[in-house]
Design a protein around this ligand. Structure first.
Ligand SMILES: [Zn+2]
Length: 145
């Protein structure tokens, strides 16, 4: 009697367990195949294309930054600002994190190329570098040790 009463519960339990184990097996298999692929250095065509696009975009950002610097030196600030806008657009589209050397020369609010002394004010205060954009008034604080 005891067994008869318990059977549905046991059946349920067993069924559930089997299902669970199958799910676990599938997930584990997927995970394993994914990591094997990674270890072999396998990447899909889509991924490869994306990587190449990112590489080209990074090169382009470097070129644009150099050009912006040159334009700022000459005194054509409008062109420098235009290059900065292009840099920001490219980094947004291809999800590229800008290096700090570029980040600190760009004002994100008014999208202008920062030239310390002409365009912006740079001060050191309480262990921080403070960059003040004179065009839009944005203040950027960078802590240092
Ligand atoms: Zn600004």
């Amino acid at each position: 009697m005891r067994n008869a009463a318990l059977q549905p519960f046991i059946k349920k339990f067993i069924n559930f367990d089997i299902l669970r184990s199958w799910q676990f097996y599938i997930i584990f298999h997927k995970w394993q195949s994914f990591y094997l692929r990674l270890q072999c250095g396998f990447v899909s065509v889509h991924q490869r294309k994306r990587r190449e696009a990112k590489k080209i975009a990074r090169e382009r950002i470097d070129i644009l930054f150099k050009m912006a610097e040159r334009m700022a030196e000459i005194g054509e600030e409008a062109l420098a600002d235009r290059y900065v806008a292009l840099i920001l657009e490219i980094s947004k589209k291809y999800r590229i994190r800008l290096p700090t050397s570029i980040k600190r020369r760009i004002c994100k609010k008014c999208r202008c190329f920062i030239v310390p002394g002409r365009n912006a004010r740079v001060r050191v205060k309480k262990g921080r570098v403070i960059i003040y954009c004179q065009k839009c008034g944005r203040i950027k604080r960078i802590p240092f040790k």
